[in-house]
Design a protein around this ligand. Sequence first.
Ligand SMILES: *Cc1c(COP(=O)(O)O)cnc(C)c1O
Length: 417
Amino acid sequence: MTGTNGTNTTNTTSANDDLRARFGAAFMPNYGVPPLALARGEGSRVWDVDGNVYLDLISGIAVSSLGHGHPALVEAVSAQVARLAHTSNLFLHEPEVLLAEKLLELLGADARVFLANSGTEANEAALKIAIKYGKTHGRSYFVAAENGFHGRSMGALALTGKAAIRDPFGPYALDVRFVPYGDAAALEAAVTDECAAVFLEPAQGEAGVVPPPEGYFAAARRICDATGALFVADEIQSAVGRTGAWFAFRHELGEAAPDVLTLAKGLGGGLPIGACVAFGPHGDVFAKGDHGSTFGGNPVSAAAALAVIGTIEKEGLLDQVTAVGERLAAGIAAVGHPLLAAGDAGVRGRGLWRALVLTADRSAAVEAAARSAGFLVNALQPAAVRLAPPLILTPDQAGSFVDALPAILDAAAEKEN
Ligand SMILES: *Cc1c(COP(=O)(O)O)cnc(C)c1O
């Protein structure tokens, strides 16, 4: 047990060890055994089952946008689960209508919404729209980016450009052609009038929070306009304030928009929800009976998403994310350490969606050293450490990580990875 962000001690007969052993015995090995069992959270801090406290700089992979136990989320979810937890799509309910209307208001566009339970399902909906669009317009293939991530179902996985997670489960029924991310000329060469849709992230999240070169997303919009391919923006990780804007495509496209947009992670603030938004005529591609979900857009998750969006508005979190994100990045860039790329190259991303860029494949050691120092971060790639804290992170909390970073990097440099 320690105070805030002190050095956490490892107990030999800890509750963590016990739960980890039981997890390892009861679950399939697909996640390995995570390093900690978390018990509770408050604001941007979480406690493990042994009582150690951590500043949460990953928020369950960019999900817990309001941090933990935010009163607005607790109130919305508690009230809704007590009133009505589920209707299925045989009946409608007010929270889902309010949520869809709110998303359309934020987008300021003529569009229609489908609600799902997860990012993968949001992308499956987008893919089915693209397949149907392709069939009615003689378009038979798809384009996606190398190293892109779109989910683990057989459709979303077919679009995922990472060989290690894609190849073991192929071949796939879809013709998906992969292009290097950020290369507009390669995209232009790959997209013809026989291409049904292009799937792209506004910055590649799982690949290491890798932003494209300036103008890439706008070039993708132009290429899709010129050929008639649908432009699908996968904003499952990047939207709902994560970059300091409601939608990251706003940084890239200005007033233009993709044809289809997918959302999930931060939208529900910890409750499972995904959304697929299709603009203009594409909102009418699905006919009655074409798609569905028993749980999708359930009242509790919809109420959670409304609370997340309402709180971001009420607390001015978009501006706060921009300001705290810039302070965090500037602080990291000023650290100066042999294990961190020098200066501005040591950190990439936007808002509170960042990666530390290491000079060696030591991210696992950095993650472990940060944990020992009381900070949860994510070893995303061998040389990239992801930071995706709650949107409520304060400047002081960001500063506390920057202050601790030199010692964390020292410890990581000494340790076996
Ligand atoms: C996380 C993620 C997904 C998959 O979402 P799940 O909710 O895990 O199904 C898809 N695309 C991107 C860009 C993601 O970051």
